[in-house]
Design a protein. Structure first.
Length: 182
């Protein structure tokens, strides 16, 4: 009987050892998966931080996301042509995208306020209001463009801030553009 008990104990010990080996293997796999997930999250965070840094000067903070005011050469057939942060003197099309923020213009009339904030050398200057350009819009718009070949013309090099605002002066979104010599 003693011999039988030793054999049973031996078999139980072998089963426990095998179970521990499999359990440790599983724990290693789980740890590897968690490490991969953490690495993926870190990469995604880095990508998001890079995107935020790259677009910081053309976006305004909104509670749910980022609204954008940016520039292109023209908006034609539903396409933004020549989007950039730097242009040579001339007229530009101003794009307003409020979709990321989940908001709309909220009013039927807005104005674009053009101000110069840096001279041609890139030196900061006292913000100088160039002009306010009124536009009729629809309150439910969350994406639109503004074209005015007379008033949206940037004639001298420098950095300009354009603010889309309500008629009472409440800003909706703003962005900056650099105009460089030809």
């Amino acid at each position: 009987m003693k011999n039988f008990t030793y054999r049973i104990n031996f078999l139980v010990a072998i089963l426990v050892t095998v179970s521990l080996v499999f359990a440790c293997g599983k724990l290693k796999e789980i740890a590897k998966e968690e490490t991969k997930k953490e690495d993926t999250k870190k990469e995604e965070t880095k990508k998001e931080d890079t995107k935020k840094t790259e677009s910081k000067d053309t976006e305004s903070d909104k509670s749910e996301g980022k609204a954008k005011l940016y520039f292109c050469e023209q908006y034609k057939n539903g396409e933004e042509i020549g989007v950039s942060k730097r242009f040579t003197p001339g007229w530009l099309t101003v794009m307003v995208d409020l979709r990321p923020a989940g908001t709309t213009l909220g009013v039927g009339k807005v104005e674009l306020r053009l101000t110069k904030i840096k001279d041609a050398s890139g030196n900061s200057i006292s913000e100088k209001i160039i002009k306010n350009i009124p536009f009729d819009v629809q309150a439910d718009w969350d994406y639109t463009y503004f074209t005015d070949k007379t008033n949206l013309k940037f004639t001298s090099p420098g950095t300009y801030r354009v603010t889309c605002q309500k008629k009472d002066g409440t800003p909706i979104v703003s962005g900056e553009v650099e105009v460089v010599s030809e």
